[in-house]
Design a protein around this ligand. Sequence first.
Ligand code: SIN
Length: 312
Amino acid sequence: MLATNFGKFTYKNPFMNASGVHCMTIEELDELASSTAGSFVTKSATLEARAGNPEPRYTDLPLGSINSMGLPNLGVDYYLDYAIKKQQEMTQQAPFFFSVAGMSVAENIELLKKIQESDFEGITELNLSCPNVPGKPQVAYDFPLTDQILETVFGFFTKPLGVKLPPYFDLAHFDEMAKILNKYPLTYINSINSIGNALFIDPATDSVVIKPKDGFGGLGGEYVKPTALANVRAFYTRLKPEIKIIGTGGIRNGQDAYEHLLCGASMLQIGTELQKEGPAIFERLTKELAAIMKEKGYQSISEFHGKLKTID
Ligand code: SIN
């Protein structure tokens, strides 16, 4: 009932983690692989291991979370070795996802060349939207640079590739970014990363709640769902149909998942709520989504996928 089509792949259900949550170590990745989730993605890797930003760098908030992790990760070789071994063990036909986030264009190219030359057969996600590295702007807010990176990447990269995007807030920006993305054989886009550089104040102490960047960090959870839905919808109605969409942002229950699918997402990533509940969340979400579909009389996701109604 919950099977979802994602390009040439079919997943048993649309749920997976958002990169950064429960995917730093082999132990965490194995827990995701053996959970109810339809797939999983590794923590965005850099060439060398990174410690990331000073703590506290993640805090739960009343309606979500704020983080400035700064891409802590164990280095691309750690995840690539794991991925190559794991893909042989997996019984599912549909591959999992491998995320990379270079600190520069040159590092992104080097990371992707490494993946291209490796035995990894899964799907690669190029994270162009991390808001948390001091001094490094989010690449995908620079339209010509994004275009230039994709042109270079598709000059040599022949495996399935998607990009993780930041939220956009203007219809002109959706138009401009979609025009760039449509030029390339992308497997998917992942929309959205956290809403970058938000600020949360603890009313009891008059202080920010995370240490890096004087408290500025990426906002996730319930706060961001309407922005995430808008981005999924805006890209679903602008991208060529071959480019699938992973909807990320504010999914806490079956209804949130249903809304992302209605807007046109084909897979769904869970960040803040996975951090709060752990991998058992996937069982709850699959049950809740199935119950909503049953109530509405749907046998499959394809019956309502992308079919958001507007008012005439
Ligand atoms: C981080 O490690 O700072 C989060 C990654 C991201 O938002 O892309």
